[in-house]
Design a protein around this ligand. Structure first.
Ligand code: SF4
Ligand code: SF4
Length: 81
């Protein structure tokens, strides 16, 4: 994927991300999108108090298998890729 395509993908994911409505969300300078390898784990969310990624359009769009990307790492990281 070219840098432009990666940027477009990140913008698409951030525009659909529902992390800020999640019970585990911690308000800081982050915008979500933790499922993407370019973003990955959060630096401010540490407690797993529920994850709503399953209800996010990105999960369907990118056929994600995992949850808790903010604490456990991106989809690729959790798949061991
Ligand atoms: S799947 Fe989760 S981390 Fe990824 S964009 Fe949706 S809510 Fe955010
Ligand atoms: S990755 Fe999941 S647990 Fe973390 S903030 Fe987003 S929806 Fe909540």
């Amino acid at each position: 994927m070219s840098p432009e395509e990666m940027e477009q993908k990140e913008e698409m994911v951030l525009s659909m991300c529902i992390c800020s409505s999640c019970p585990s969300w911690v308000e800081c300078d982050e915008k979500g999108g933790y499922c993407l390898p370019a973003i990955g784990k959060s630096n401010c969310i540490t407690d797993e108090s529920g994850c709503i990624c399953g209800g996010c359009p990105v999960t369907e769009e990118l056929r994600l298998k995992n949850v808790y990307f903010c604490t456990r790492g991106s989809e690729k990281e959790q798949l061991g890729m």
